[in-house]
Design a protein around this ligand. Structure first.
Ligand SMILES: [Zn+2]
Length: 310
């Protein structure tokens, strides 16, 4: 397993990339100019966030992080916030209101160490049981925005884009126009299937269109390898095919769990975590108005855990 590393994308922009698509290993971004810096997201644990901050101190000496942009409020993008003292923490208004309905570090620890023999407990133990969430005090946003927000970081212009709902209820992308770089947060998963917490697969597709609409050439996903316009288009097109298949199954009256199995059989391909297709199909079912589809974190995790066992 390769360790994450801080990779230069220009003389002012870096990506902290894991190149792995297991749950919880998220990518970050840094824009630094004239001694000032903006960090895109922190890590899942304090130890991982300290590794990131140490790498920044080594590679970009003198860069003082005055702003953290959290792409959304899931723990794997925010639970290291407390280590960036004195910064402002910006996210979208929708993300600030919803806070991703995220479990606390204590709740996730309890679930992933639980002795229960339920599919959810087994799934949590498998994917989150090795993380150490001790010492975390969740630091939420101190500033929110809607639409677009332009910031100056030293000499650099940085554009924050409120993508609306998609992966979460209010995702934020960070666009660096001068470098043609977008930090997409979890609006993009590269190499794995997307988790859809927002109840709308259509919104995920339109978020990809918004990302492409920036004209950028380099896209840093929330998880997985850095990609290009072709990569984003391929992700978008897969989501559109999943939507079309799911909508057809909804029209035929196929129940959600069975539909998720059929969509997985058809579209899992080589990507990791095909069980996440449960969340995409549930979202598509809601998009087309099927009543009684579960919402919220736990029912969606139950659906993924169930599909993972098939
Ligand atoms: Zn994530």
């Amino acid at each position: 397993m390769t360790a994450p590393s801080l990779r230069p994308l220009s003389t002012t922009t870096w990506a902290w990339v894991h190149d792995r698509i297991a749950w919880g290993f998220s990518n970050c971004g840094l824009i630094a100019s004239d001694g000032e810096a903006l960090l895109v997201d922190t890590q899942f644990t304090l130890a991982e966030t300290q590794d990131l901050l140490d790498a920044i101190a080594d590679s970009v000496p003198g860069a003082r992080i005055t702003t953290v942009v959290n792409s959304h409020q899931n723990g794997d993008h925010t639970w290291g916030n407390q280590l960036v003292s004195g910064a402002q923490f910006i996210t979208s208004t929708a993300s600030g209101v919803n806070l991703c309905q995220e479990m606390t570090p204590g709740q996730l620890t309890a679930l992933s160490r639980s002795a229960l023999s339920t599919p959810v407990a087994a799934y949590a133990a498998e994917h989150f049981g090795s993380f150490d969430f001790s010492g975390i005090t969740v630091q939420g946003p101190t500033r929110t925005f809607s639409g677009r927000l332009e910031l100056k970081v030293g000499q650099m212009v940085v554009e924050l884009i409120d993508l609306g709902p998609g992966h979460s209820h209010g995702d934020v992308a960070v666009h660096v126009p001068e470098d043609g770089v977008v930090f997409a947060g979890d609006a993009l998963f590269n190499g794995a299937h997307m988790v859809v917490w927002s109840d709308s697969l259509r919104a995920c597709i339109s978020a990809c269109d918004t990302l492409l609409g920036t004209g950028a050439a380099v896209f840093v996903p929330g998880h997985g390898k850095i990609t290009d316009r072709g990569g984003v288009t391929a992700i978008r097109d897969l989501l559109a095919r999943v939507f079309d298949t799911a909508a057809g199954l909804a029209a035929a009256g196929v129940p959600l769990r069975e539909a998720a199995r059929r969509v997985s059989a058809q579209h899992a391909g080589q990507l990791a975590h095909p069980e996440r297709l449960f969340t995409a199909v549930a979202a598509a079912y809601k998009d087309v108005g099927v009543p009684g589809i579960p919402a919220g974190t736990l029912p969606l995790v139950e659906g993924m855990a169930d599909l993972a066992q098939v």
